[in-house]
Design a protein around this ligand. Structure first.
Ligand code: SAH
Length: 215
């Protein structure tokens, strides 16, 4: 589990590139600067780990593009102690970025193999994020309500259960749509329960599926 000067140098370049694409939240940028993304990939080829690109992580899934992780993290407006529910743990990278920003992270993954692998990996590298195996559309009732909810897969609809588990004043960030391209939407739940939606550009995610998968 080596993190060399070369890795650190490449990370700094990645951060510069993400900053130049418009990310200004210093908490996001310093988290990306700190986390050894190459450890989240099966193959640690540097050019893959620190390019601003998504990458396959097994079980037919991908680790999101760093810029996309940065956009979602910035839209969430994380402060120290913010309680976040992530749907789609994947490699665990997004969860670690949020944790570095001060969030208390709960994350749900529907693929059993990926869930076990990532849960064990996060523990090994010293992150506290709590990872669960299940269908994220149902949220995590036992730990609700949440200050923030982030969906890291393309959602064709927004499950009522998730809106219910969002605190009044809370924010949910979701790539919304069923086609190849989705709209990044920020949903703010007002104190009176009213929902405000804002649009932040087009992105492409793997689909949010229904139910658990035992593979
Ligand atoms: N946040 C991840 C990237 C996730 S890719 C990272 O930082 O690496 C999307 C993930 O969502 C995949 O791992 C996929 O298995 C998972 N997923 C898809 N549908 C789901 C559902 N209904 N509940 C929970 N996870 C789901």
């Amino acid at each position: 589990m080596v993190d060399s000067y070369k890795h650190k140098g490449m990370r700094q370049k990645l951060v510069n590139s993400i900053r130049s694409k418009g990310i200004s939240d210093e908490g996001v940028l310093s988290a990306i600067n700190k986390i050894p993304r190459h450890l989240f990939l099966d193959s640690s080829f540097l050019e893959f780990a620190y390019n601003d690109k998504p990458f396959p992580i097994g079980s037919g899934q991908t680790i999101s593009q760093p810029y996309t992780v940065a956009v979602q993290s910035e839209l969430l407006k994380i402060k120290k102690g913010t309680k976040v529910l992530e749907i789609g743990t994947g490699s665990g990278y997004q969860a670690c970025v949020l944790e570095e920003m001060g969030a208390k992270v709960f994350s749900v993954e529907r693929q059993k193999k990926l869930f076990v692998k990532t849960r064990d990996f996060l523990k090994k590298i010293g992150y506290q994020a709590k990872v669960f195996y299940g269908d994220g559309n149902k949220g995590l009732k036992a730990f609700a309500p949440f200050d923030r909810i982030v969906i890291t897969a393309a959602a064709p609809e927004i499950a009522e259960a998730l809106l219910d588990q969002l605190k009044p004043g809370g924010i949910m960030v979701v790539p919304f749509g069923s086609g190849r391209i989705q709209s990044m939407i920020r949903i703010t739940k007002q104190a009176d329960g009213e929902i405000i939606k804002e649009y932040f550009g087009d992105f492409s995610f793997v689909p949010l599926l229904k139910d658990k998968a035992n593979d």
